[in-house]
Write a protein that binds this ligand. Sequence first.
Ligand code: PRP
Ligand code: URA
Length: 208
Amino acid sequence: MNITVVNHPLIQHKLGLLREGEISTMKFRQLTQELARLLAYEATRDFELETVTIEGWCGPIEVQQIKGKKVTVVPILRAGIGMLDGVLDLVPSAKISVVGLYRNEETLEPVPYFDKFVDNLNERIALIIDPMLATGGSMVATIDLLKRKGCRHIKAVVMVAAPEGVRIVNEAHPDVQIYAASLDSHLNEVGYIIPGLGDAGDKIFGTK
Ligand code: PRP
Ligand code: URA
């Protein structure tokens, strides 16, 4: 299985707080943003740098800047929106592409209802964000859409992943690296991650 589980103490501590059954909407939202920020830090670790010369206070100096490809952050609606501000804190100039999908509760198949992509996806690194990778259907569908639009460099950033979903994404898109705060145990009979977080979208938006 190919997944990077980010074992930073702050990430693991915040994830533990997030798993509290009676957590408030406010606390869930806040922790989701904090985790997104920390996961994005890890997911951008291999971005290539180049040396450029700038005019410093004492004359020209060489500094490092991120080379080449620009970033598009791709939240999967709805729950991915909860991670967006955290990622933008680190990559403030990123453009945002949006994919709207929900899971049919009986078949667990993703049902697409909206998408809007920025231009020149072939020149961009896409960072897909979604708190939950369960069966993997939503993630595979989102990667399919991005690739159809010409995007060739894609990373997936999730808070909690199930082994079943990771295998599906790995098989369909072996080139896409997945970053997660946790690889959990399994899916239950209705496709929820165990121990997981429950319904992340409902917890972020305060719906039931
Ligand atoms: C959740 C979650 C993922 C998807 C994961 O969204 O945010 O998008 O399920 O499940 P999968 O890996 O089995 O596809 P949901 O369908 O609940 O929609 P929401 O974000 O609008 O609440
Ligand atoms: N979507 C969620 O929000 N939680 C799960 O456990 C699975 C899918």
